[in-house]
Design a protein around this ligand. Structure first.
Ligand SMILES: Cc1cc2nc3c(=O)[nH]c(=O)nc-3n(C[C@H](O)[C@H](O)[C@H](O)COP(=O)(O)OP(=O)(O)OC[C@H]3O[C@@H](n4cnc5c(N)ncnc54)[C@H](O)[C@@H]3O)c2cc1C
Length: 411
C-alpha cells in the first residue's frame, strides 16, 4: 500500500491533519489503534466537547503562556474563529457560553467526531481502524510504516498520537518513543489539568462541596500564580476547573520535587477582606437572633460553613449577634485565605492533558515539520505544548493538525 501522507492517530489532531492534507489533493491514510475515531474526543467537555474558546490569535497566544510563541503561527493560520467556520461549513454550528467556551450547538461530542469522519471520507481518506502503528523506518523517498503486519509506504508522516493521559482511550505515548527513535528530545510527561492532592485531613469531610467562584493563590519561589473559577473539595484534595488550571501552572514545580506547596483559597474573591468584614457586621446585626451558621449559609455552602464555625467558635449553634469582633476577623481571614497544603497531583493517567512531549525545539513552528527528520510532522498533544481549561487544548490539536497536514501534503 502507498500514500502521500500517512497520519498516525485519529484523534482531533490526526483527523484535522488528514483533512487538511487531503484538501491539497494528495492520497492520505489515517491509522488508529482504536476501532472508532476520536475515542478521547468523544469524552471531551463531559460529552459536550468544548471545541475552542472565543478570542483572536493574540488572545490565544497569551492564554498559552510559555507555549504561545511556538503555537502563534498555527493559530494565525487556523485559529478559534476558523475552527467555528470550519464546523459551520460542515453543518455543525457552534455556540458561545458565558465564560467564552465554544460548544457545538447540539452539545454532542459525537457530532464533532461524526462530521470530521464524514468529511474525511468525502475527501477519500483511507482509514485503518483497530490497527496500531508498530514501526516506522526512514526510506530515501519517505517512510515505511508498519501497521501491525501490513507495510505502508508514504512520502510524509504526521505523528498525532496524543499524550499519555487517559491511556485507555488509546493515548499511550507511542509517539514519544517513535520521536526519540529519530533523535528528538522528549520532555518528560507530567500531569496537567488534574486534581490536586492536599494533606489536610478535614478535606474528606467536605468531599463533594462545590464553590462556583474562588481564587487560588500560590507562591513558589519568586513566582506568584493565581487562578479563578469553580472548585470542589474531594476525598483527598481539591478539584474542578480552577484547580485544573492551577495544576497546570504548578505542573513543573510539582514534577520537579517542590514538596509541599501552600495554596490559599479565597472563597469570596469579589469582595475584599474589609468589605467582607462590613458585610458580616451588617448580616450579624440584622439577623442577631439567628444561628451564625444559618446566616453564613446565605453566602457559602452549609457544610463548609459548619466547618468554618467549628474552627472559629466552639459551638455551631452560637447566635450571629454573639459573634465577637476577634472571631469575626478570624472568619473573614479563613474565608479569604483558607490554606490548603498541596502535596502532589492525581496520577497522569487521570490528567486531562499531558504536559511534556516532543520538544518544541525540534519542530519548525511554521510547518510542524521535524527539524531532525525530513518529512516527519507532529500535531496535537504529542508536542510539548498545552493550554488551560476552556477549549484551549482542542484548539492546539486543530491548529497544529491543520498546519501539519497542509505542510505534509505540500512537501
Ligand atoms: C476527559 C477529558 C475531557 C477533555 N475535554 C476537553 C475539552 O472539552 N476541551 C479541550 O480543549 N480539551 C479537552 N480535553 C483534552 C483533549 O481531549 C486533548 O488535548 C486532545 O484530544 C488531544 O488530541 P490529539 O489528537 O493530539 O490526541 P488524542 O486525542 O489523544 O488522539 C491520539 C490518537 O492516537 C492513537 N494512537 C496512539 N498511538 C497509536 C499507534 N501506535 N498507532 C495507531 N494509533 C495510535 C490513539 O488511539 C488516539 O486515538 C479533554 C481530555 C480528557 C481526557
Amino acid at each position: 500500500m502507498q500514500c502521500d501522507v500517512f497520519v498516525i492517530g485519529a484523534g482531533p489532531a490526526g483527523l484535522m491533519a488528514g483533512i487538511f492534507a487531503a484538501k491539497e489533493g494528495v492520497k492520505v491514510v489515517i491509522a488508529d489503534g482504536n476501532t472508532v475515531v476520536g475515542r478521547k474526543l468523544l469524552r471531551t467537555g463531559k460529552g459536550r466537547c468544548n471545541l475552542t474558546h472565543t478570542g483572536n490569535a493574540n488572545d490565544f497566544v497569551k492564554a498559552y503562556g510559555q507555549f504561545g510563541r511556538f503555537l502563534k503561527h498555527s493559530l494565525y493560520e487556523f485559529g478559534g474563529d476558523d475552527v467555528r467556520a470550519f464546523f459551520g461549513e460542515l453543518n455543525l454550528s457552534t455556540k458561545v457560553e458565558k465564560n467564552g467556551c465554544v460548544y457545538p450547538m447540539t452539545d454532542r461530542a459525537t457530532d464533532v467526531a461524526r462530521v470530521l469522519q464524514d468529511q474525511a471520507r468525502r475527501l477519500g481518506i483511507t482509514f485503518l481502524y483497530g490497527k496500531k502503528v508498530v514501526g516506522v523506518e526512514k526510506r530515501p523517498r519517505g517512510f515505511e510504516v508498519t501497521v501491525e503486519s501490513k507495510k505502508v509506504e508514504s512520502k510524509s508522516l504526521v505523528v498525532a498520537t496524543g499524550g499519555v493521559s487517559w491511556p485507555f482511550t488509546g493515548s499511550t505515548g507511542d509517539g514519544f518513543g517513535l520521536a526519540e527513535g529519530f533523535g528528538h528530545q522528549v520532555v518528560a510527561p507530567k500531569a496537567a489539568l488534574v486534581r490536586l492532592i492536599a494533606k489536610e485531613e478535614w478535606l474528606v469531610e467536605l468531599q463533594g462541596v462545590a464553590l462556583e467562584n474562588v481564587e487560588l493563590t500560590v507562591r513558589t519561589g519568586d513566582k506568584k500564580v493565581k487562578a479563578r473559577g469553580a472548585m470542589m473539595f474531594t476525598d483527598d484534595g481539591v478539584g474542578g476547573p480552577v484547580v485544573f488550571d492551577m495544576s497546570r501552572l504548578l505542573a513543573d514545580d510539582i514534577a520537579g520535587g517542590a514538596g509541599e506547596i501552600e495554596m490559599f483559597v479565597d472563597m469570596m474573591p469579589d469582595v475584599d477582606a474589609g468589605e467582607l468584614n462590613k458585610l458580616l457586621i451588617e448580616k450579624c446585626s440584622s439577623s442577631a437572633n439567628k444561628e451564625l451558621a444559618r446566616v453564613l449559609a446565605e453566602m457559602l455552602p452549609r457544610a463548609l460553613v459548619l466547618k468554618l464555625c467549628c474552627w472559629v467558635e466552639p459551638s455551631v449553634t452560637v447566635l450571629a449577634g454573639q459573634l465577637a469582633k476577634g472571631k469575626r476577623k478570624e472568619l473573614v481571614h479563613l474565608i479569604k485565605y483558607l490554606p490548603v497544603t498541596v502535596t502532589g497531583t492525581r496520577p497522569i493517567e487521570e490528567a486531562t492533558v499531558t504536559r511534556g512531549g516532543v520538544s518544541r525545539e525540534n519542530i519548525d513552528r511554521k510547518t510542524m515539520e521535524s527539524k531532525l527528520c525530513e518529512g516527519m510532522f507532529f500535531a496535537g498533544e504529542v508536542i510539548d505544548a498545552d493550554g488551560p481549561c476552556g477549549g484551549y487544548n482542542l484548539q492546539i490539536a486543530w491548529s497544529t493538525g491543520a498546519l501539519a497536514g497542509k505542510s505534509a501534503a505540500k512537501r
